[in-house]
Ligand binder design. Sequence first.
Ligand SMILES: [Zn+2]
Length: 109
Amino acid sequence: MDVHCSTCNEPWDAHHLWHDAVFETGLTVEGAQTWCSLPRNQKLSDRYREEFRAVGWEFGQTLINVVHCPSCPKDAQPNPERVQTKAALEDLLGDDQDGLAAAFEDYRL
Ligand SMILES: [Zn+2]
C-alpha cells in the first residue's frame, strides 16, 4: 500500500515506513531493531521523531501519515488541505493503521 508525502507527493510504501525506514536513521542496527519490536503507538515518541527528523522525515500522529520526507525539495511546505484531510482520517482510523493506509491509498493521500 502506498501513501503519499503531504509536501512533495512522493509515494512511500507503508511496509517500508513500518519496517525499513528506521534503518536509514542514525539509530544503531540494535536500536532500529528495538524500534521495530515496539507497538505501533510507541514508534513516534519524541526521541524517535527526532531521529527521523534528522534524516528528513516528519509524521502526523502515525508513521504512515508522511508530512515531510527525505525526497522533499528544500524549503518545500506541506499542502495544508492534504495535512488536514489526513489528520481527519487519522482521527477516524488511527487505531487501525492497516485500514488507515488503505484509506490513504484509496484517496491517493
Ligand atoms: Zn516529501
